[in-house]
Ligand binder design. Structure first.
Ligand code: PEP
Length: 267
């Protein structure tokens, strides 16, 4: 009985604004190492606080292996997908395939995909559409490079990214999108945005979404912060009113650190 109530309470997370902590493993770890992290987290599933949704994005090749990670404690995500559903696109995986494997999330528009694979806002917009066609929730990444911040163009950069990738959606579709603000200068550098810088940009993103889609949508949309989140800075970042959790790279590769970050989202 206790378990059922617990389970239902966690399931409710799907319908309200709450904290989300997502781990992006990128192209790291052998299968054996990945399994070790997955098992270590799974063994501590009861430590995941109520009201915190945890999403794990391993290399796509390992998604089936770590399927034992149990909802509603852990949810799986891909790190990218094609804008096509099926066809002769060697090396690609599609949102239709993710849906077929019951993978509920997919990261899209990560700065590494923009930088190294030349992904444009237009391509990212069509990947968002593919995910929404197939019941996969996009985790859409946006963020400025250092020069843009220095030139005080960070708000306009982020606004353009959001407009081009998301503003063609309906309000119902937009509600399914998770936004991750990831200043490129903070990703993998050990330099984190200050709490004020993060809050300021998150409030701007929420307002921009509200201006276009209405307040009902912007009030419930999740906006995660990403960029050198670690166990020492996560609690203060996640306490900012418009920061709904984090997208974590490096620190998600250590089960203990990641669990500390997950727990800090409860405060
Ligand atoms: C990321 O790649 O999305 C990221 C935020 O990485 P890191 O936490 O290592 O900066």
């Amino acid at each position: 009985m206790g378990f059922e109530i617990d389970y239902l309470r966690r399931k409710l997370l799907n319908t309200m604004r709450h904290k989300i902590v997502a781990g992006n493993w990128k192209m790291n770890k052998t299968l054996e190492e990945a399994m070790e992290i997955a098992i270590a987290l799974q063994e501590r599933k009861e430590d995941v606080p109520h009201g915190v949704k945890v999403i794990i994005a391993p290399p796509a090749l390992y998604l089936a292996n770590i399927e034992m990670m149990e909802e509603p404690f852990f949810y799986l995500s891909a790190q990218n997908c094609s804008h096509h559903d099926f066809g002769a696109f060697t090396g690609e995986i599609s949102a239709a395939m993710l849906d077929g494997m019951n993978i509920p999330f997919c990261i899209l528009g990560h700065s590494e995909r923009r930088q190294y694979f030349h992904e444009t806002d237009e391509l990212i917009a069509s990947k968002i559409d593919a995910c929404l066609r197939h019941n996969v929730q996009p985790i859409f990444c946006c963020g400025e490079v250092l020069e843009e911040r220095k030139d005080k163009k960070h708000f306009i950069t982020v606004l353009h990214q959001i407009e081009k990738a998301l503003f063609h959606l309906t309000a119902d579709q937009m509600e399914k999108v998770i936004v991750a603000y990831e200043p490129v200068w903070a990703i993998g550098t050990g330099v984190t945005a200050s709490n004020d810088e993060a809050q300021e940009m998150h409030a701007f993103i929420r307002k921009s979404i509200g201006d276009h889609f209405g307040k009902e949508v912007s009030d419930q949309i999740h906006i995660l912060y990403g960029g050198s989140v670690n166990p020492a800075n996560s609690e203060a970042l996640f306490a900012c009113p418009d920061v709904d959790g984090g997208l974590v790279g490096g620190a998600s590769l250590k089960a203990n650190d990641f669990m500390t970050i997950i727990k800090s989202a409860a405060h």
